[in-house]
Design a protein around this ligand. Structure first.
Ligand SMILES: Cc1cc2nc3c(=O)[nH]c(=O)nc-3n(C[C@H](O)[C@H](O)[C@H](O)COP(=O)(O)OP(=O)(O)OC[C@H]3O[C@@H](n4cnc5c(N)ncnc54)[C@H](O)[C@@H]3O)c2cc1C
Length: 397
């Protein structure tokens, strides 16, 4: 096996890495490897940010509030730098800096108190706001039960599908090879992996393989990943504010995260204010039932709609009768502990598994791609929190 430890390659000795999946995880990984002199082929069955992919749709939240003792605030801070760097380089905007508001209504605010420390440590700007300040700043929100809030002014929402496409465009412009073709599951866990069988009947051989297949990762690696990554159905709703009413657009409202208190059912709702392209996005973050990302019919549940409407009427009273103007069904690729998976396959030394975004992976795409590329280039060890071996049972199967 070609050792990547020496990360400077001559044209002749360029190693070849095949990356399966051009979503937020695979696309950025492909770009970084290419920028470091690796020959990269990127494959995707349906294209970057396609409507079945977890990176599909238009928007994703960019925040660094993540609770105590976790790697994600720092990862988000690095991702913020990288989003900005590529925005400048490509002269495109992906991050809409509307700010992100995290509401605190629970009596136990240990998660949020712990977040403040992590935000400080990661050098992410934030403001700690009292109920009084919240009410004054955003009178269109009912803060009656909210005790305080965290506001991240540099964060906001990202363009999802558009940024995945931009990454692949930049990758191709820089000499990467992109093919819209599916990798068949046949023989993927055979030792050693000598090549990929593709849906057009061809074979692809590479020195290393990265599988960044989002909700499909368990299906492709049933023995190693299997149900560690479980696709769950997530319904998204877009409501239409009254004509000419800009109080619910990103000009006047931040993105918000709202972990409701015990008195209001303990659910976590979040949303993105209307931009000039879409309505007012609201979703319940509770993990839905198991979902087939390939053949699942993407129809929202009436029960979830009812719950979301009740939430809307409570938190944004002026939106109480707003019409539902669009819906989307996506899936989380959920791990049991909501931490990612970034690890070498336990039996195949030339195969890396990258995924398990668990409903919060998109924002980290550039920083994760950078980490994944470094691991491959330097033959390094992945972060403990993201190793598959934290689920010991699967490792022995
Ligand atoms: C409703 C919803 C809301 C979310 N909100 C947020 C948020 O606000 N902030 C945030 O940071 N994150 C959020 N996330 C999570 C985030 O979007 C995902 O974690 C992230 O997009 C996962 O990216 P990925 O590249 O791992 O997977 P994907 O985007 O699914 O990419 C995998 C790719 O692999 C391809 N593929 C699969 N199998 C094969 C095969 N056999 N051959 C070839 N190609 C294959 C697919 O076509 C797909 O394009 C949300 C997710 C959902 C669903």
């Amino acid at each position: 096996m070609r050792n990547f430890r020496d990360a400077k390659f001559s044209m002749k000795s360029k190693p070849h890495v095949a990356i399966v999946g051009a979503g937020a995880f695979g696309g950025w990984t492909a770009l970084y490897l290419l920028e470091h002199g690796v020959r990269v082929t990127l494959l995707d069955a349906w294209g970057p940010g396609n409507s079945r992919a977890s990176s599909g749709g238009e928007t994703r939240i960019m925040r660094a509030t993540y609770g105590p003792e976790q790697p994600y605030s720092k990862l988000a801070a690095r991702a913020l730098e990288l989003w900005e760097k590529y925005e400048r380089r490509w002269k495109k905007q992906f991050l809409h800096r509307s700010g992100v508001l995290w509401m605190v209504s629970s009596r136990d605010d240990g998660y949020e108190r712990g977040s403040l420390e992590m935000l400080r440590d990661a050098r992410v700007k934030f403001e700690e706001l009292s109920t009084q300040q919240l009410k004054k700043r955003w009178p269109q929100i009912n803060f009656s039960d909210v005790r305080w809030g965290i506001f991240e002014p540099q964060c906001g929402y990202l363009d999802a599908r558009a940024s995945c496409q931009a990454v692949v465009d930049a990758f191709v412009d820089a000499g990467g090879k992109y093919r819209q073709v599916a990798v068949l599951p046949d023989g993927l866990e055979d030792e050693p992996l000598r090549g990929l069988t593709l849906s057009d009947g061809s074979r692809l051989k590479a020195d290393h393989y990265v599988f960044a297949c989002g909700p499909w990762l368990g299906e492709l690696f049933p023995r190693t990943v299997g149900e560690i990554i479980r696709p769950t159905k997530q319904d998204i709703f877009f409501f239409g504010p009254p004509a000419g009413d800009s109080r619910f657009t990103d000009a006047h409202l931040p993105v918000w995260g709202d972990p409701l208190s015990e008195d209001h059912g303990n659910r976590f709702f979040y949303g993105i204010p209307g931009s000039d392209r879409r309505g007012f996005k609201v979703a319940d973050d509770t993990r839905g039932h198991a979902f087939d990302p390939t053949n699942g019919e993407r129809v929202v549940s009436q029960a979830t709609l009812k719950r979301v409407r009740e939430y809307l009427a409570f938190r944004f009273p002026a939106m109480k009768d707003a019409p539902l103007i669009e819906t989307r069904v996506c899936q989380y690729e959920q791990t049991p502990d909501s931490n990612f998976v970034m690890e070498r396959h336990p039996r195949l030394s030339n195969v890396w598994l990258l995924g398990g975004g668990s409903g919060h992976g998109f924002k980290h795409g550039p920083a994760l791609g950078e980490r994944m590329a470094e691991l491959i280039l330097r033959d390094g060890d992945p972060d403990r929190a993201w190793r598959l071996s934290r689920f010991p049972k699967r490792q022995s199967s």
